[in-house]
Design a protein around this ligand. Structure first.
Ligand code: ADP
Length: 202
């Protein structure tokens, strides 16, 4: 199995690049944001619980997303690997993921962290909000809250993988194809702790 974590702040381009990786490597794409939005669309109790937090730009509780990932991992025993997008976003989630993968006899191969300057992230998200229908992309205050949440709770997850020598960082600016080439190059280099050794900036 090949398991990758695609990491970075909201708007950095994880979803788009996950689609390229899925197409070329046959990995299963698991986006906790997408899974939560499906729960909301289905009107489930879980979706109802998550909606107000997501609308406010706040992370949903760890147990909720860990439970969703657990059932996806257990429901796809024949997968050749997974791309985790938007997960793990806290240290508790990263530890839970390690345990879940260990139970399946596998582990994370590497984390690819994408970086884009804060101002460009805000512009990208506002643009996405114009046609995505995502209310959390339509309000500058909510976008700033999500970036704040990323800095407060998620940036440390990079250090978790850095200490396991599984961390690689790439520039998320430029065309989708050029970014994808950088990801492929990062995957083709051996295990490293590439990056500047500091927490991923926003
Ligand atoms: P983005 O990366 O643009 O913020 P996502 O679709 O990944 O978009 O996430 C949307 C919202 O869903 C987040 O603001 C958060 O409320 C919730 N969410 C998604 N993934 C997680 C997670 N792993 N842990 C907690 N909350 C999450």
């Amino acid at each position: 199995m090949l398991n990758l974590v695609l990491f970075g702040p909201p708007g950095v381009g994880k979803g788009t690049q996950s689609q390229y990786l899925t197409r070329d490597m046959g990995l299963l794409h698991l986006s906790t944001g997408d899974l939560l939005r499906s729960e909301i669309a289905a009107g489930s109790a879980l979706g109802l619980e998550a909606k107000s937090l997501m609308d406010a730009g706040i992370l949903v509780p760890d147990e909720v997303v860990i439970g969703m990932i657990k059932s996806k991992l257990q429901g796809n025993p024949d997968a050749s690997g997974f791309i985790f997008d938007g997960f793990p976003r806290t240290i508790a989630q990263a530890e839970a993921l390690d345990n879940l993968l260990q139970d399946l006899g596998t582990s994370i191969h590497c984390m690819i962290s994408m970086t884009v300057p804060r101002q460009e992230l805000i512009e990208r998200l506002l643009l996405r909000g114009q046609d995505s229908g995502r209310t959390d992309d339509q309000d500058r205050g909510i976008i700033e809250q999500r970036l704040e949440e990323y800095l407060r709770k998620s940036a440390a997850v990079a250090d978790y993988y850095r200490s396991q020598h599984k961390f690689k960082e790439i520039d998320g600016r430029g065309s989708m194809d050029s970014i994808y080439l950088r990801i492929q190059a990062a995957l083709n280099t051996g295990s490293s702790s590439a990056g500047n050794g500091e927490s991923t900036p926003v």
